[in-house]
Design a protein around this ligand. Sequence first.
Ligand code: PLP
Length: 221
Amino acid sequence: MSSIADRIKEINASLPQGTRLVAVSKFHPVEAIQEAYDAGHRLFGENKVQELVAKKDLLPSDISWHFIGHLQTNKVKMIVPFVALIHSVDTEHLLKEIDKQAAACGRTVECLLEVHVAREETKFGFSPEEVRDLFASGAYKAYEHVKIVGIMGMASHVDDEGEIRKEFHALKTLFDEVKNNYAPAFRELSMGMSGDYHIAVEEGSTLVRIGTYIFGERLYV
Ligand SMILES: *Cc1c(COP(=O)(O)O)cnc(C)c1O
């Protein structure tokens, strides 16, 4: 049986230079995170505000916490003081609230826009068109305490590798378009999970978000 440390080492060895691993520790205990930390890992992703805040207080302060889940506006202020990157900004309303709370605590918070390209219907995320509009109109400049450094997306939950690749490719195309035309500061393309990160990396991912492969199945109780 390989350990958490072994699996992190294995994934890191397989990633190209410039692609980083976000160890998705949601639903796993602080002991598991500490094990990854002791193996040298510092970058973790959580998708629930309360869970993140509770774990953060029990773990070393040099961990870089990424928020990857749906974020309710009334909980923004709980994570804005310390979060390193919010991957999942899915509305302009949320952007506005992050900006407000970041200003209140004197920070500029780095964010990604969540974009839906998957075939599946999802409630969350911007369409590629909305992302283009936000940049083309200059509307994003109103949020001075938010720095949008890229986009995040998920591929459809299907076995068809061609479909998954096509969706990641669409995200990369959008990323390049925005970077080249409007946002030279774009540097992160967050895509790829346990089941599809190899494809995501081939299509240009800079942040892979991997949970199950590192920590095992999550127990939802
Ligand atoms: C849970 C989660 C992951 C990790 O998924 P695994 O399949 O366990 O690797 C990645 N991204 C998001 C947004 C998640 O919620």
